[in-house]
Design a protein around this ligand. Structure first.
Ligand SMILES: C[S@@+](CC[C@H](N)C(=O)[O-])C[C@H]1O[C@@H](n2cnc3c(N)ncnc32)[C@H](O)[C@@H]1O
Length: 296
């Protein structure tokens, strides 16, 4: 079992705060590990219980609650998927219930085919802070028998995603489709893979901990990272988001020596990053084997 926080760091105030949040219907399945982290930060700013509860709920809303329509009925959704004669239609319908995947539906047919055209065959995927994106697995032109590991903070969402993914692959590949509840700020995944999907996630992590993005980027053991940003706000406004996220991405890549390709889709700015840059030195001139930044 994973400890949610070292026992010596859990004060009675923090314990009360965490218990109060876990007793709310909306957040009872949230990762206790993440909750302790946010609770501890909040108590430093707002030591009074009532205000700290309000502050934690507001942060949880920003990083997770705002994306989920209501408390999804996962048992019912799985039955719907099992019973459906048309899985892609059923997956699309379920993806509508998480605003992040809902926003991607109009471009879904182009999104993965465009990016995967620039990749070698992919046999293993990490889906970091996945939301409902594993339901888009059928749109990804993966190599046969590819493994898929999804991470998010909701303890009730992950068994549903795992069961849903297993429905979409041959029986013998089922064990390679996993979905794990994990706070990727406290424990960035260390599992090796060829591709990590980090879709619309980095700004969310930075809201909790400014150092989380660098830690995640450095820890992740994948040859390629697909990093994306929403270029329309949840409310639908654009607000110069492309320039902002171009700048943020550049800052996060600064000094890492990784190469990337940029894509601008309707509603989503994407960067395919090659983490391991092999450099070829040709008489004093160093070049990357992967293309340097492209215009869209
Ligand atoms: C903007 S949504 C992106 C979802 C998905 N990647 C996509 O683009 O469709 C952000 C996701 O991050 C998850 N999340 C937030 N903080 C997290 C953390 N510390 N660890 C893991 N997942 C987290 C939320 O639950 C939510 O599903």
């Amino acid at each position: 079992m994973i400890p949610s926080a070292p026992p010596d760091l859990v004060t009675p105030q923090l314990r009360n705060l965490v218990t109060a949040i876990l007793n709310t219907p909306k957040y009872r399945h949230i990762s206790p590990e993440l909750l302790h982290r946010i609770g501890r930060d909040e108590l430093k700013k707002r030591p009074r219980h009532k205000e700290a509860v309000k502050g934690v709920k507001s942060k949880l809303h920003q990083i997770g609650g705002a994306y989920l329509d209501s408390n999804p009925k996962y048992g019912r959704l799985l039955t719907q998927l099992q019973a459906s004669g048309d899985r892609p239609v059923a997956c699309r319908s379920i993806m509508r219930q998480h605003s992040s995947t809902r926003e991607r539906l109009p471009i879904l047919d182009r999104f993965y085919s465009t990016v995967f055209a620039d990749l070698p065959p992919i046999h293993s995927v990490l889906d970091i802070a996945s939301g409902f994106n594993p339901l888009a697995r059928a749109w990804m032109p993966l190599a046969p028998r590819a493994s898929y590991t999804a991470y998010d903070i909701y303890g009730d969402m992950m068994p549903f995603l795992q069961a849903a993914m297993r429905l979409m692959v041959d029986e013998e590949d089922g064990a390679n489709q996993t979905a794990v509840q994990q706070d990727i700020i406290s424990r960035p995944p260390t599992k090796k893979a060829e591709l990590a999907l980090i879709l619309k996630t980095l700004p969310v992590l930075a809201m909790v901990d400014e150092t989380a993005v660098s830690r995640l980027l450095d820890t992740i053991q994948a040859d390629y990272l697909l990093i994306t940003f929403p270029v329309r706000s949840l409310g639908g406004r654009q607000k110069g988001m492309v320039q902002n996220y171009d700048r943020l991405f550049k800052n996060w890549m600064n000094g890492r020596g990784w190469s990337h390709k940029r894509y601008l889709f309707d509603g989503e700015l994407a960067f395919l990053v090659k983490k391991d840059v092999l450099e070829v030195t040709v008489t004093g001139h160093t070049d990357s084997i992967y293309p340097k930044p492209h215009a869209p």
